[in-house]
Every structure is written in C-alpha cells, then in structure tokens.
Write a protein that binds this ligand. Structure first.
Ligand code: ATP
Length: 673
C-alpha cells in the first residue's frame, strides 16, 4: 500500500503541476469527455501501433506523451475506485450484478482491475517496453488487455477498449464462448450500456436492462456502436479455462493448447511469470497476491486483440445465435439517448475488394502509366484470392504473400501501395516506413514488426481454434516503404546497428514464411534500392512478386498528366489548347512526381496571371477566373527543367541500373574460386 500510495500522491502532485502549466487543462473526473477527445485527437495523428510518437495535441497545445498517459491512467483509477464503491453498495442492497457473481463479485473484480491499473501506472514511469500498454491505450483504437488470474481454475480478462469518435469503429463484439462479461464505460461519451439479454424466469421473459453492468453467459452478443462518441470501456471477461472453451485470444491456459501463436503466448506469459515472480517493481500494497481472491497480474501487454477480432459484424452473430436463451446482446446507447444503428467498420471491404480489383481498372483511375504492372499484380497477387477455396486447393496453389515494388523515386510505388490498401484492405492497412521501425532500444524494432503481423496471426489462430475456413479471413495488408532501410543483406552492415537490422530481417522473414502459414497477409515492400535487399527476402514464398515501377513512357506520362489535371478540367479551368499528348511528348524522363510538380507549377503561373488581371475592385475584368494555358505549361517546363525535373529522373534510372548491375557482378560467384 505504502509505496503505491506514495506513487499516487506523487502523481497527483505532478498532475496539479500539469494543470497549472498547461492552460485550460482540466483533470477532474467530470472532464472525462474533454480528456478522451484529446486522446483521440492524438490518435488521429498516429501511425499504426504508435510507431512514431512524440507529442500529444491537446486542444491545440502540445503535451508530452507521458504526462497525457499518466493523467488518463489516474483518471481510470479514480473511476474504478468509484465503481468499486457503487457496486459494493449495489450488491449489498441486492440490486446489482450479483446474478453472475457466483464466479467473482463486481467489487472484487474491480479491486483486481484497480490493482492492475496501479501497477501499470507505476510501470509507465519507466520508458521501457512494458509501459507500451499504456501509451497504446491512449494512442490506439484497439483495447489494451490486462489478464488477471484467479487462484482457482478460472481467469479473468480485462479489456480496456478505447473507442474512437465517429463511425469508424468495428461494429460488433465477438465474445469468447463460455465467458461471462461485464462492461462499464469508464470515461467518454457513451454513458449507458444497455443489455438486450432476455432471461426466462418461470414462465415469463424478463428483459435485462442494466444501465451500467451487463452480464453474459457464452453465446453471441452484439455491440452496436455506430456514430457514438469516444469512450473508454472497461470489459471484464470471466473465463473458465478448465472448460476448454473456444477462447480465441493469444493467451492460452497454462499448459494447454498447442495451437496458435506460441510466440505470442510465450511473450505474454513471459511477462506474466515475471510479474508473478515480482521481477518488475511491484511496490507491494494493494496489488499484492490473492487480495480478494484474485492474483492481481498474470500478464499485461499491449492487447493484440483488435475489437474487430473480438467484436464482429452483427449479422454474423445472428447466424451464430440460436442457443436456448438467445437474444443476448449488448447495445451501447448514446449519451443523448439517440438511436444507435448498426454499421460496418470503415474500410471494411472484405473479399469484395478483390473482386472489384480484378479488372485492374479500379486502380488505374488514380495511378497512371502502370497498366502492365497493374494487370500483373491483379493476375499474380490477387487472382488466387478471388477463386473458391476448393478450386484453389484443387490447383494446389497458395496465395502470394509478398509484393516488392521497386524503381526510381517518384514513379508511384507508394501511391500504388496506398491505392491497393485503400481498395483491398479488409483490415485498416498498416503503412510504415522502414526507418520508423528502427529503434534505439534493443528488441523494440523486432517487437514493432511482430505487432504489425499480430492481427493477422490472431485471425488465423481463431480459425484454427474454431475450425473456421481461413479463406474467409479478411486480408491484412502491411506496407513497408523504404524497406531497404530494414532488410539490407544480412552481414552487409558494420557497427552498432548491424545486429539490430539482421534480427529485423530475420523477424520479417519468419513472419512471412514461418511456422504459421499465414494466408491472410500481403506484405508490400517499396524501395529504390532493390540491390541492397537481403536475397532471402526475395525468394518465392516471401517477396515473391518483384514488380519494377519504371519511369513512365510517353503514353504513361499522358495518363499521369490527365490524372493530375482531372479536377481542374472538370471545373473548366484548363484551356482546351492544353493537351496531354503534346505535354507527354515534351516531358521525356519525368517521373510521376515530376509531372505532378509540373501541373502544380503551371497552376501557380495561371493563378499569378489571374491575379495580374484583377482590377482595383478584385474583379477579373469579366474573364474566366483562373485558366491554365499552354503558355503556363511552357513556363512551368522551363522552371521544372531548370530545377532538375526530368533530368533527375533519367539520372536516377541510369544510376539504379548501374547499381543493380554492379550488385549482380559483385554477388556472382567468382570463377575458379
Ligand atoms: N504513376 C503515377 N500516377 C499518378 N501520380 C503519380 C504517379 N507516380 C507518382 N505520382 C505522383 O507523385 C507523388 C509521389 O509518388 P510516390 O510517392 O508514389 O513515388 P515513389 O515511387 O513511392 O517514390 P519514392 O521511391 O521516392 O518513395 C504521388 O503522390 C503522385 O502525386
């Protein structure tokens, strides 16, 4: 108690200091909404997995990450304390959630949760990997999961789910079978959790509408969560391992189940063992063992389970229901009491995305000059994903899991990958750049790589456990820009970073083609320096399809110009004398980026012309507002050419070819050697 209280006290002081140093920053429990909104403002600036992180924008101000996290954590603690009190009162008056309390009572659970949160707060003072869970809570729409063990055969999983604002949430939750679940909104706009459960007592059916806690026993439930505001929801899943139910997460009951991601489990349980052995500074006190019958922590990590895994589309649930006491469900009700409708998660295309792309026209509208490449990508990478599984199995082929886009800068590699992921990604795509992954902390880069593959692995694991057909799994697209920064030939570097890079290469290789044969992953790598890549990465089964993305030819340049002039043309702001064909001929050696720059430059000349024509009243002398003319393009060509456009593209293409040739020569086995 002592040390923990001391930490808490210190932190309260720190928070008070924050309040005075950050204008407008409030910390009372009543300011939850503001806090959560801030949290999500931060989140909006993040890349997946919080790969880059420096500051939080809170109401336009800059707040160091750590401070924001700690304050949020404190607040959750306060909330838990309040909840414990109110539930204790409810139970003592027999009005609370005691019906499911045969397993553990709400106050006891909350005590356990509080203990976990307290420890997490202490740990988050250290800038080591274990603090990641909390930074993740504040940065990610995915839940942080804290697993709390009971001394008997059961285990209690605690999910803190951070829901982002708006409609981009996964719409429904998938329960673990045979679990009991409770949920409470700890902070945020969602104030009421309404249970749709129906229970038959005697001859009458009672609808259970508990405003705060909801309990569930196995089977399906639904979380309808479109268009509500950000919230942090605490869910407690009580799970009896001994029943061997179909729990689909990454934790396994100690000593059980050989399926699934052993690595993840090992990682989680590794932390757990360390916790149980008191390796990480516990501080004793409230979080000591077996308080209220709950061992406070077995494991805590940045939760690998995205809501999309736990919570799936409601329609799916309708099918899975049909148990005797069906009709279970969970509806989140907006704080304004408004209707909450069911919706699909943003970007949830699933399967249909592949079908749509099969003509290659779907992509061609935004990416120019790469028709041949698009057709090849569709044929080599996507076609197996569009045929029935039986046919694919009869053909004896697996899916291609890796695609490498390589070529000179500015020719559309990143653009193509983005378009692919936008149109194809059933899961929100993960786009990271190689240098972002590298980290000064030992093991951190590898961990970031593992996290990138986590969703796919968990999906896969769920299929293994439930016997579902993995062919129906949504595709996880992982894009590494500048992959040469990560996957250099092993042993080619010297100095401090060489070991890190080598083990990152190993990590990526093992994820792409490891023991678990993930069919639901497509890794897209992009590079200007293919010759630097580790050859093992390029072998079939890994980055199997290597697609050159060269400088566009005249026809390609026409297409790209048409794309970049499309909007202005539609608005009637481009002179008819400007033709893509004529411009295409004049821009030999230009990359797509050069052409985009050319259009921007011509537009700037057109705007300058228009401004020059304005009279004193701001009227453009009766002429059309802005018109991009052929003359503007001539000016732009002179400007862009003098700054190296085109020439740069040509040189870089020549440089690439020379480097590639050299690398091949150097790698070739020496004759007679
Ligand atoms: N084929 C293309 N079609 C349309 N626009 C293009 C094309 N190629 C490049 N562009 C334009 O150039 C910009 C930069 O291209 P992109 O970042 O995709 O190039 P890249 O090949 O990934 O370059 P780098 O290797 O330097 O990262 C794009 O956002 C787009 O505006």
């Amino acid at each position: 108690m002592g040390l923990q209280r001391q930490h808490h006290k210190e932190h309260q002081q720190q928070r008070r200091r924050q309040e005075t140093s950050v204008p407008g920053y409030r910390s009372s429990v009543g300011s939850n909404r503001c806090r959560v909104a801030q949290t999500h403002q931060h989140q909006a600036h993040k890349t997946e997995e919080g790969v880059t992180s420096s500051t939080t924008t809170a109401g336009g101000r800059s707040v160091p990450d750590g401070e924001g996290e700690l304050t949020l954590l404190d607040e959750l603690l306060e909330r838990c304390a309040e909840a414990t009190k109110s539930d204790a009162a409810a139970e003592s008056s027999h009005t609370g959630s005691s019906e499911w309390a045969g397993f553990k009572t709400a106050p006891e659970l909350l005590e356990g949760v509080r203990a976990v949160l307290s420890r997490a707060r202490q740990r988050s003072r250290h800038s080591d990997g274990s603090a990641l869970a909390w930074s993740w809570l504040t940065l990610s729409p995915r839940p942080v999961r804290v697993a709390v063990a009971t001394p008997e055969d059961g285990r209690v999983g605690v999910y803190l789910t951070v829901l982002p604002a708006g409609n981009g949430n996964p719409p429904s939750h998938r329960p673990m079978y045979g679990c009991h679940m409770l949920s409470r909104v700890l902070a945020g706009e969602v104030e009421q959790v309404k249970s749709n459960s129906k229970r038959v007592i005697g001859r009458s059916t009672h609808s259970l509408e508990t405003p705060v806690w909801s309990s569930f026993g196995g089977g399906a439930r639904r979380l309808i969560n479109e268009s509500f505001q950000p919230a942090i929801i605490l869910e407690v899943v009580m799970y009896d391992w001994s029943r061997g139910s179909g729990y689909s997460g990454s934790y396994a009951a100690p000593g059980t189940s050989s399926s699934g991601s052993a690595e993840l489990r090992a990682e989680a349980e590794g932390i757990g063992r360390a916790e149980a052995a008191g390796v990480e500074g516990d501080g004793g006190g409230e979080s000591g063992p077996a308080k209220n019958g709950i061992l406070p922590i077995v494991a805590m990590d940045a939760c690998p389970c995205p809501p999309a895994l736990l919570f799936r589309d409601g329609d799916v649930y309708e099918e899975e229901e049909g148990e005797e006491d069906g009709g279970r469900g969970l509806t989140l009700v907006r704080s304004d009491g408004g209707a909450v409708e069911q919706g699909r998660a943003a970007g949830e295309v699933v399967g249909g995305g592949v079908e749509d792309l099969l003509t290659a026209d779907g992509l061609a509208c935004d990416v120019g000059g790469l028709d041949g490449q698009l057709e090849d990508i569709v044929r080599r990478v996507l076609s197996t994903r569009s045929i029935p599984t039986e046919l694919r199995q009869a053909l004896g082929v697996g899916h291609v899991r890796g695609l490498l886009l390589h070529g000179p800068p500015g020719c559309g590699k990143t653009l193509l990958a983005r378009e692919l992921s936008r149109r194809l990604g059933a899961r929100p795509p993960k786009l990271v750049s190689g240098p972002e992954i590298l980290d000064k902390w030992v093991g951190e880069a590898e961990r970031k790589v593992r996290l990138l593959f986590l969703d796919a692995e968990l999906d896969h694991e769920r299929c293994v456990q439930t016997g579902e057909d993995p062919a129906g799994l949504p595709l996880n697209l992982i894009c590494f820009d500048e992959i040469d920064a990560l996957c250099r030939s092993r042993g080619s570097l010297s100095g401090d970073t060489s070991g890190v890079r080598d083990s990152v290469v190993n990590q990526i290789l093992s994820k792409m083609d490891g023991l678990v044969n993930l069919q639901n992953v497509l890794v897209v790598g992009m590079t200007n320096r293919k010759e630097l890549l580790d050859e093992a990465l390029l072998r079939p089964g890994r980055m199997e399809v290597c697609m050159p993305i060269p400088l566009p030819d005249a026809a390609g340049r026409e297409q790209i110009l048409a794309i970049h002039l499309r909007k202005a043309r539609e608005a009637g702001l481009v002179s008819p004398e400007v033709t893509d064909a004529a411009l295409g001929k004049k821009t030999g050696g230009f990359s797509g980026a050069d052409l985009a720059g050319l259009v921007r430059s011509a537009t700037s000349f057109a705007i300058a012309d228009w401004r020059g024509r304005l009279d004193g009243n701001g009227e453009a002398n009766g002429e059309r507002a802005v018109e991009i003319t052929a003359e503007n393009f001539e000016q732009a060509l002179r400007e862009v050419d003098s700054s190296g456009g085109g020439r740069r593209g040509r040189l870089s293409a020549i440089g690439g070819a020379v480097r590639g040739g050299l690398a091949r020569v150097l790698r070739a086995p020496r004759g007679g050697g």
